[in-house]
Design a protein around this ligand. Structure first.
Ligand code: 2NE
Length: 275
């Protein structure tokens, strides 16, 4: 596949090719931990992929291996910039801006696939979790560390994890802060499949290409339907937004707008009240 760089960033790589965007956290010396700048850059790239009508699937991954031979998807918030009220950016403002990124990934009407080689730990584990699909390399290691390092994610990190692996397992993952290998993750439904690490990107591209053969609106509505089951009124808003989008595409919806613009009463009499 012929990846073309979209824009050059400091902490991430952003490429596209043939309907697929690839976003890579590029801080392997920190096991791809994110600082506020990393998250701002990720947000911009994900937003661009969301807006690009030629893009249907985003592959989200971490650069590696590092010079010590180890791989990481992401090891969560960069603890070296953690201040009293969050992760401190270049202008001294403490932030938890990864929460904005989580919501963008979850709500964008494109399929986001996490490609996890090595560590997906802490806030990095939550990032793979909220992706639509996860393909794990055989060397992947999953886990939460919050209660060990003085942090926690009680949002998607807790409630959505419990939806995926069940309440008992989710509590075990958070309360004991153990690490789980790729096979264990597969067994608990945390990932979709496991492949040899050298095959990770190829497998991701294969899954993306299969998805790109499908109907964009069907996938879009399904994603928002899955979200609506968990996300309360925000989830319903997403699902209902798609209903409005589809309604605007009908002659019936267009008649209302046209009548208003032509300053005449609308004529809905020709449209059936379907059973
Ligand atoms: C990921 C893990 C298990 C890897 O262990 P290992 O032994 O393979 O590597 P090592 O030596 O720990 O790390 C390599 C280098 O990366 C840095 C380390 O400090 C080390 O740097 P040097 O000593 O070579 O200079 N590094 C790794 N992770 C980092 C991090 N998160 N922040 C800053 N530097 C990091 C092991 O490294 C590990 O356990 N890392 C910490 C995982 C963690 O606790 N993350 C934060 C959880 S809290 C969070 O992410 C969060 C949240 O809970 C709520 C909202 C937002 C964020």
């Amino acid at each position: 596949i012929d990846w073309k760089t979209v824009k050059t960033y400091e902490d991430i790589l952003y490429q596209k090719s043939d309907g697929i965007a690839k976003i890579t956290i590029n801080r392997p010396h920190k096991r791809n931990a994110f600082r506020p700048k990393t998250v701002f850059e990720l947000y911009e790239a994900f937003w661009d992929a969301r807006e690009d009508t030629s893009i249907g699937v985003v592959l989200f991954t971490g650069a590696g291996p590092h010079t010590d031979g180890k791989y990481a998807f992401c090891s969560g918030g960069d603890q070296s910039v953690r201040g009293q009220a969050g992760y401190v950016d270049d202008s001294g403002i403490p932030r938890l801006n990864v929460l904005d990124l989580q919501r963008l990934i979850r709500s964008m009407p494109k399929v986001v696939i996490a490609l996890v080689a090595g560590y997906a730990i802490g806030g990095g584990h939550v990032l793979h979790l909220i992706c639509d699909l996860t393909i794990a390399a055989d060397n992947a290691i999953f886990g939460q560390t919050g209660p060990k390092v003085g942090s926690f994610d009680g949002g998607f990190g807790a409630s959505y994890l419990a939806r995926i692996v069940g309440q008992k397992k989710a509590r075990e993952i958070w309360f004991l802060c153990r690490q789980y290998n790729a096979e264990q993750a597969l067994e608990m439904g945390l990932v979709n499949t496991v492949v040899p690490v050298e095959q990770l990107e190829t497998e991701g591209i294969q899954w993306a290409q299969e998805i790109l053969e499908k109907s964009p609106i069907a996938i879009r509505c399904l994603k928002s339907a899955f979200n609506a089951d968990c996300d309360g009124q925000a989830g319903l808003q997403e699902l209902a937004g798609n209903a409005t989008l589809l309604y605007y595409m009908t002659a019936e919806g267009a008649e209302g707008k046209q009548a208003f613009l032509e300053k005449r009463p609308p004529n809905f009499r020709d449209f059936p009240w379907l059973p």
